[in-house]
Design a protein around this ligand. Sequence first.
Ligand code: ATP
Ligand code: MG
Ligand code: MG
Ligand code: MG
Length: 562
Amino acid sequence: MAHVQRMSTTMLRTLRDDPADAETASHRLLVRAGYVRRTSAGVWTWLPLGKKVLDNVIRVVREEMDAIGGQEVLLPALLPKEPYETSGRWEEYGDLLFRLRDRKGAEYLLGPTHEEIFTLTVKDQCTSYKDLPVILYQIQTKYRDEARPRSGVLRGREFQMKDSYSFDTTDEGLAESYRLHRAAYARVFERLGLDHRVVSAVSGAMGGSRSEEFLAPAAAGEDTFVDCPSCDYAANTEAVTAVVASSDPSGHGPMEELDTPGTPTIESLARHLGVPASATLKNLLVKVDGEITAVGVPGDREVDLGKLGEHLAPAVVELVTAEDFTGRPDLVRGYVGPQGLKIRYIADPRVAPGTAWVTGANKPDTHARDVVCGRDFEVDDYLDVVVVEPGDPCPACGAGLEIGRAIEIGHIFQLGRKYADVFGLDVLGPQGKPVRVTMGSYGIGVSRAVAALAEQTHDGAGLCWPREVAPADVHVVAAGKAAQTELASALAERLAGAGVRVLLDDRAGVSPGVKFTDAELIGVPTILVVGRGAPDGVVELKDRRTGHREDLPVEEAVARLA
Ligand code: ATP
Ligand code: MG
Ligand code: MG
Ligand code: MG
């Protein structure tokens, strides 16, 4: 039996006005409807209704993780420095890490993601190939000192993530664990009612080979992706910037990392582009002497090209680079246009496999010289990708590509043996010899998913939750007299008795108009109004999403909802 949540006793204060700093619908509406409250930059309090929605998302994620045999654990968020030093990420993460010291001066961090600690946990617990495969997951608070925490819970500095890790002894085993996660994620987002696409993704700081993202198309998203309307080809436009060391079919020597403190800084770029220095740049694709290449911007700062683009007329942008970078103090040309990522090429099809070029190295102040297509880039995943202009041909089937903005809601990686190598994670194999373990890591932004849902489902009047995540099934509004409140209350109890989750607006001294406005804002899927018709046993049922309303006898309304 569900219980009735009474608004008269719920800590819930809706706001008429948008928060001043809110740029996105989810930010505005989640604050105005009383779901979340900002505590400090990128740090949020989940109020009673918000906590219910978050818990619903978590329940779905947990069910689907359990269904693929995931075992839930809870590792600490407060982590010792050493494992992250061993993996190199204490350095690599740069300013993104929250670092702190204990009273004795020992250094710690607040976990941004947990590959290191999970690897050590399995090393501690599993000794034989018989102990594997294993999938472990947790739902936990993560910490990242994001450069631009904004858009409410879409990008927090403290946020909730489901992260899981698979441990296998064979490559086939890893492929299967990855496949299981991919399918589980599709089911999760399906059940949550999130429109989503699976796209090829950058491996970034994680290293490793195969990686895909789950993107929720939304104008407020910070990712840009290409999508083919005629086949299943889709890729994040970030995908090109991954530099993945792999085999060397070209016969070139190893690529060389360059210290390039003289490459364009945020400030020099900003000067060139005529935008404020507070704009930041991530990976800008440029042309070096006729050849397309990429420029990483020093530091872990990211550029929102969308924002940058707003300030610019379509134009070729010229950047002066250090001699070290290009091998000649030439002009480097790049393209930035008005509609966000107007950089023309993710990769240029004219750059044939085997061509050496210069690229960002996914490390602050570093670029790589003699990067070889097909060796250092996964040609299939990245370099065959062509364009960022709508209508440009899909590399898979030739149809006109579409370009969209989206929110990254999930990310799956085949890490391979990277962390197992770093920490010496072996188990005893069937022949009694040690076998190196291979890993995958998989994340869902559960708090971000709440915001993504709000972005995709809201309308002009407020939030419109899909039933699976809504804070209640039915919002019963007692519109008017005390008698109606009594009837509404009795009805609410009956529905709850039948297992329906009910939010009851039984507030005294609040006008029906305000109650209706709040019900629309809060966004429970069905609104049941106990109003003028009540003395005759008639109530109104309203579908929040479609706006469809009908008057029904009480018994019929109950039968329909219960
Ligand atoms: P983004 O590109 O948005 O910064 P990410 O690629 O850094 O995300 P991952 O390391 O892949 O994130 O983490 C797994 C998931 O955690 C992401 O797919 C996203 O849904 C979520 N996530 C990451 N950063 C944040 C954040 N700052 N606030 C809320 N959710 C986040
Ligand atoms: Mg990030
Ligand atoms: Mg990302
Ligand atoms: Mg990611």
